[in-house]
Design a protein around this ligand. Structure first.
Ligand code: 4AZ
Length: 753
């Protein structure tokens, strides 16, 4: 074969013109000695889920360099021509100057030169006129080299398919490149060229996969001139940095380039195969661009008998692509629940995230207060118990998160099992969210045991929870003036509302939970509770989104799953930018969760039970203080303070005991422009409609309760447009309105648990 490659250029000059080329079908006996030999690597011996290529296996693979680094892949199609993707070179509709690019040929590892490796500058970059954006097709480009490549064992051209060439669905082809090995996970040093075997998918199958639920309202229309390759289950794929590189298929002992790596949704995701520019439909365009250049690319005739894959398009559907993670036969029995048994300590609860890896809090195994605490060396005695799995699994490796010892939100470790377990109905891994996953307010969630925490006490062991609005939770735990992140940005915290702690009236400080949220019947590990959230309720859970890349980097093959539900209604409340209101060390004041069980709708409302028979409304103004109307607390003429009980977090939720008399003392709350609620007035004795303004009492209240928060002048209530029946403006000034007679109740520590 090598003698063909070393043919002198003059022989190429008498090569048949492309139109006549179809007769020169290749094959050992039919080959014309004067043809540019293509698609034959020297016999010899990122890609996501691939492996290191052997040197010389893919001699047409080139690296396109810009600013001194690898940007895209490409393929050598003729000594002076490289085929790549348009999107590598087009910015804001303009093709970048060719002079800024160079081409590395014959490279195996980007670290060092190989025999025969060399570089060429680029003389011209040609992009089809109808290219505008990757998802609209025509994503291909031709690069004319300033001088021809030196062909040799490490540098050879690939064969191009004619327009009539048909690659059968199901054919196993290969994609190559130096791209990322996972989303946001670059190929590590020494950057050895990666190869991955991908199956060609039929148009219907690809469209069907891309129509399956995904984040937001993802829709994608496969267009003519595109082809898909990969697997419904994901895992093997091209990724960022592979773009422009070739997808090649062997037919009759020769390699043809079927596609150019173009795009996809993420990398290696289930139901999201890679999308390639199909090369065959662009035969005419390529010939037109290279016209007059000798030797030009070779378009050998397709062999009559393809060696792999059926010729006829197979009818394909995509029903097999359902998630394999996160399916639980019934809530509360979790097939991913893992217990890590370390001799001498209580079992540590974690979650199975793939056949070989368990995620658990690092603090189960490391002392979080001692950053120098070395991970335990002897894992030999550790065992992992999994549901419906008779054997206790051994642990091969413990990988703590790099920030585990100082950052609560990163209190995570991955444990690798010595041997992978067989996945079935149980054990089965939980699904993990990608970084842009957005758990919708109102999502049905559950709390599950996590770490060494005790089982939650009390009767409500099911621990059902409902996710509250992201904006509310972000502001409760965030800082005053903080901007609420848009969906997709990892939120600071996830706040689920659940009843158990509220009912028990105390805070289970030593109980740790993970937060599981369900989408379309599939459970995701959405977050884990950190201990430091104290007793501020609802508790904050650290979202797991941000850790997806770390988990999949360590535990290759962890089940990161696309968002399966995304429709949050027409208002798009969560997509609006918000700024967090007034904030104290106890959280933001005046925030009312939008989607919440009724008892937390007015989270500052207190039931004040006086002398066992009267009930009136109080307002929580600081963690230890409730404000109530004097007439509610004291009998007329009496100065003796009766016995008072205050109930929080249940206002209006529970029926009052027989014989209780409800004393009328409703508070008046108004909403500020910033979205927080402010106490404006307290009802005067005997009225439900007439309110005494609270603001004249500011000095007295703030003297008694320094933690109470008063809105600064700029934060005055937002007066709705005329005609609205909310908060009439004359109440704000309070002049002429009755004086409030108020009582501040100092609470006993019961409230803090
Ligand atoms: C990219 O950004 C890219 N998984 C290339 C291929 C794929 C996704 C992204 C397909 O260059």
């Amino acid at each position: 074969m090598s003698q063909h490659l070393l043919l002198p250029l003059v022989v190429f000059a008498i090569r048949p013109i492309p139109g006549d080329f179809k007769d020169s079908a290749f094959g050992p006996t039919q080959e014309q000695p004067e043809d540019l030999d293509c698609g034959r690597p020297e016999p010899s011996a990122r890609i996501v889920g691939g492996s290191d290529a052997q040197p010389g296996t893919w001699p047409w693979q080139v690296s396109l360099q810009h600013g001194g680094g690898h940007i895209c892949g490409g393929s050598l199609i003729a000594p002076s021509w490289v085929l790549s993707a348009a999107h590598c070179f087009v910015t804001n509709g303009t093709v970048e100057p060719a002079a800024e690019w160079s081409v590395l040929l014959g490279v195996h590892s980007q670290d060092g030169p190989l025999d025969g490796a060399h570089a060429r500058t680029v003389a011209a970059i040609l992009v089809p006129d109808n290219y505008s954006a990757v998802e609209l097709g025509a994503d291909l480009a031709l690069l004319r080299l300033a001088s021809p490549a030196r062909l040799g064992p490490a540098v050879r051209p690939i064969c191009l398919p004619r327009a009539s060439h048909r690659f059968a669905h199901g054919t196993a082809c290969w994609a190559t490149g130096w791209g990322d090995v996972q989303e946001a996970d670059p190929l590590p040093f020494p950057w050895v060229l990666q190869e991955v075997k991908l199956r060609l998918l039929g148009e219907a199958a690809c469209q069907c996969l891309y129509s399956r639920p995904g984040p937001f309202n993802l829709t994608f229309q496969l267009l003519p001139g595109m082809l898909c390759a990969g697997y419904a289950e994901g895992r093997r794929d091209t990724c960022q940095g592979d773009s422009g590189g070739p997808l090649v298929c062997e037919e009759g002992g020769r390699w043809f380039q079927a596609g150019i790596t173009s795009f996809g949704f993420g990398c290696g995701r289930r139901n999201r195969p890679g999308v390639f520019t199909a090369v065959a439909p662009y035969e005419a365009w390529i010939r037109e661009q290279v016209m007059g250049s000798e030797p030009g690319p070779a378009f050998p005739t397709q062999p009559q008998e393809p060696q792999s894959g059926p010729r006829e398009p197979r009818e394909e559907n995509c029903t097999i692509a359902l998630p394999e993670c996160g399916k639980a036969p019934r809530p509360g029995t979790w097939p991913w629940e893992a217990q890590v048994m370390v001799p001498g300590s209580r079992p540590c609860h974690g979650a199975l995230v793939s056949e070989s890896w368990v995620l658990a809090p690092a603090s189960c195994f490391l002392d979080p207060t001692d950053p120098d605490d070395a991970p335990p060396g002897d894992l030999g005695a550790w065992r992992v118990l999994l549901p419906s799995h008779p054997r206790a699994e051994r642990v091969a490796r413990l990988v703590p998160h790099e920030n585990a010892s100082w950052d609560d939100a990163s209190d995570l470790a991955l444990l690798q099992l010595r041997a992978p377990v067989n996945l079935s109905a149980a054990p089965r891994p939980v699904c993990l969210p990608h970084p842009e996953h957005y758990f919708l307010p109102g999502s049905r969630c559950r709390l599950a045991r996590w770490g060494r925490g005790e089982r939650a006490p009390g009767p409500g062991a099911l621990l059902e929870a409902e996710l509250l609005s992201g904006w509310w939770c972000h502001c409760l735990y965030g800082h005053q003036g903080a901007e609420v992140p848009l969906p997709g940005d990892p939120p600071l915290a996830l706040c689920p509302a659940y009843l158990e702690e509220e009912e028990a009236g105390r805070c289970w400080n030593d109980t740790r939970w993970s937060l599981l949220c369900r989408e379309e019947g599939t459970w995701f590990l959405a977050g884990v509770a950190h201990l430091s959230s104290g007793c501020l309720r609802p508790r904050a859970f650290s979202p797991l989104h941000a850790h997806g890349p770390w988990i999949s980097h360590v535990a290759r093959g962890a089940y990161l799953e696309d968002q399966l539900a995304w429709d949050w209604g027409p208002e798009g409340e969560e997509t609006e930018t918000h700024t967090c209101p007034m904030h104290t060390e106890h959280g933001a004041c005046g925030l009312r969760p939008e989607a919440a069980p009724v008892e937390v709708l007015w989270p500052w409302l207190a039931e004040v039970h006086v002398a066992g028979d009267r009930v009136c409304a109080g307002i929580l103004v600081a963690p230890g203080w409730v404000l109530a109307a004097t007439h509610c607390v004291l009998r007329p003429g009496s100065t003796t303070v009766p016995h008072i009980d205050v109930y929080l977090g249940r206002a209006g939720a529970s029926p009052l005991p027989q014989g209780h008399q409800v004393t009328s003392a409703p508070p008046l709350l108004c909403r500020t422009g910033g979205g927080s609620w402010v106490l404006v007035g307290m009802a005067v004795r005997g009225s439900r409609e007439l309110f005494a303004a609270v603001s004249p009492e500011e000095a007295w209240i703030s003297q008694t309760v320094p933690e109470a928060h008063f809105l600064p002048p700029s934060g005055s209530p937002y007066w709705p447009p005329e005609g609205s029946d909310l908060c009439p403006p004359d109440l704000a000034g309070a002049s002429g309105s009755p004086r409030a007679a108020l009582f501040l109740l100092l609470l006993t520590p019961l409230i803090q648990g």
